[in-house]
Design a protein around this ligand. Structure first.
Ligand code: CTP
Ligand code: MG
Length: 471
């Protein structure tokens, strides 16, 4: 029997997998040089003053092997029009799409790489930015000046965060950005030191590398941006993700394991497994599906969470007590899934993907009888109004603790009846309301088995296991 690897052997094995090879680096460099040359040449022909630069992890050798993303910024003088830079970006690759953050940018596909070509203003320092992206070149300068010799530690930290599911500052994740991971390594000095320190974090942890904070923040983790004292680099990090990281860090230091970096892939639940989970729990499972709007993730996700909350409180208010819920958006519909056709005759879920909100109810069915507690008996006017609203009584009216009580027939005895009747009245978020009106589907318990989409089956597997690394 071979003995398990030592901690340093384990980290070396991880690095062998996440450190880009010489060939990979060479390819990335060639693509970057090529793209910059194209932009500069075009700018020269148009007599434009601009400065093209590689930023992000590619600029500081902190990108993970297999990540073929390049962040290239096109800097323009402060008084110019960024649309001019956008137009240069459009000419770089044949295949691209326009995306929007504070300003439009181009996401291009070029020789196997995904390029973000981002117009920005060249400002004199990060405290005078005109839009959030103008800060990025300053991040690059700062990190490049401090990170030499620590690149491998950043790779280990990014992969660890990826492995436990907390890497990425996009709203879907609410985790650690690449820049934040780099600053943590700069702050504590190594990957293992980051884990050691994170294990002792408390909510409200405050890190100020340059000692120049210019504002107080109310976030669980505050990492004052070294290039902009007003900004918290960790603003997107949720409390749960911060402490998932801290708990996993403690677990890992006690029991180092490759699983933290490369967890086993989540297997989609088979029909039998899905049915067994539903039956074992004895709860009521409800799934609501509709076509996802054709919008960027950071716009869809907050709306999806809002819709989940609205529906959840409707269910709770009506006595269908919700145990837990979750929502996601699945883009790839595998063959064999039962796509809906909406009223426009479109396939609702093929091209744009499908939004899914899942609720697990402690109570899925309520009795016919519904007890309603009315006003105190001494408020004559209120009592009259209450009784006139409830005329078909199963029992009552009677008094209890001075209040008038009636027992009437319940309008909706199942959660599906309630949802079908009231979903249009809910506030689900601007774009989602519209999508639901175009067509939606509700199914319960065994009927969930009809949804064969493998992304959905993985989502259910994650939901039922709900297991995080905590110790
Ligand atoms: N950025 C930021 N805050 C964010 C996201 C991005 O300040 N929430 C800036 C950082 O300067 C970052 C750059 O935008 O370096 C590029 O962003 P991104 O590609 O998301 O991160 P990388 O640092 O390049 O890390 P990765 O290896 O994940 O690409
Ligand atoms: Mg990047």
């Amino acid at each position: 029997m071979t003995s398990p690897p030592s901690l340093s052997e384990l980290l070396d094995q991880v690095l062998d997998r996440v450190r880009p090879t010489y060939q990979e680096r060479k390819r990335l460099k060639r693509v970057a040089v090529d793209v910059i040359a194209r932009i500069d040449e075009l700018a020269q022909t148009r007599k434009l003053e601009c400065k093209t630069l590689v930023v992000g992890s590619a600029a500081r050798n902190t990108w993970l092997a297999g990540d073929h993303d390049l962040d290239i910024f096109i800097g323009m003088p402060e008084d110019s029009d960024l649309d001019i830079a956008l137009d240069l970006a459009r000419k770089v690759a044949l295949q691209y799409e326009e995306r929007y953050a504070e300003h439009a940018y181009v996401h291009a596909f070029f020789e196997g790489f995904e390029l973000d070509l981002v117009p920005c203003y060249l400002v004199k320092d990060a405290a005078h930015i005109k839009s959030a992206v103008d800060r990025t070149p300053f991040h690059s300068q700062y990190v490049s000046s401090k990170i030499r010799g620590l690149e491998d530690d950043v790779l280990l930290l990014k992969q660890f965060m990826k492995g436990i599911g907390v890497y990425g500052s996009e709203l879907r994740v609410g985790g650690f950005s690449g820049y934040l991971a780099e600053l943590l390594v700069i702050c504590y000095g190594s990957f293992l030191e980051v884990l050691q320190n994170a294990g002792n974090w408390n909510p409200g942890e405050f890190i100020d590398l340059e000692g120049h904070s210019a504002r107080s923040h109310d976030d669980p983790l505050v990492m004052v941006d070294p290039v902009d004292p007003k900004r918290n680099v960790a603003a997107a990090l949720s409390l749960d993700n911060m402490f998932q990281f801290a708990a996993a860090a403690r677990c890992f230091l006690r029991h180092p394991d490759m699983n933290f970096f490369f967890p086993p892939e989540i297997k989609p639940l088979s029909d039998e497994e899905l049915l067994r989970s539903i039956q074992n729990r004895g709860s009521t499972s409800i799934l609501i599906e509709f076509a996802a709007p054709d919008l960027v993730e950071d716009v869809i996700f907050p709306q999806l969470r809002k819709a989940e909350q609205s529906i959840r409180s409707l269910l709770d208010r009506n006595g269908f007590s919700v145990l837990r819920s979750d929502a996601d958006w699945h883009q790839n519909i595998s063959p064999g899934s039962d796509d809906e056709t909406d009223s426009d005759g479109d396939k609702t879920s093929v091209s744009r993907g499908v939004a899914r909100i899942f609720f697990e109810l402690e109570i899925g069915q309520l009795p016919e009888v519904h007890r309603l507690v009315g006003p105190p008996a001494w408020k004559e006017g209120h009592v009259e109004r209450f009784l006139s609203c409830h005329q078909e009584l199963l029992s009552g009216p009677y008094l209890e603790n001075g209040h008038v009580v009636v027992e009437v027939k319940r309008k909706y005895t199942t959660a599906t009846q309630l949802l079908s009747a009231q979903i249009f009245d809910l506030s689900l978020g601007e774009h989602l309301n519209h999508q639901v009106q175009k067509g939606y589907k509700i199914c319960a318990n065994r009927d969930l088995l009809k949804t064969k989409d493998q992304d959905f089956r993985k989502f259910m597997s994650k939901y039922f296991s709900a297991q995080q690394k905590i110790c």
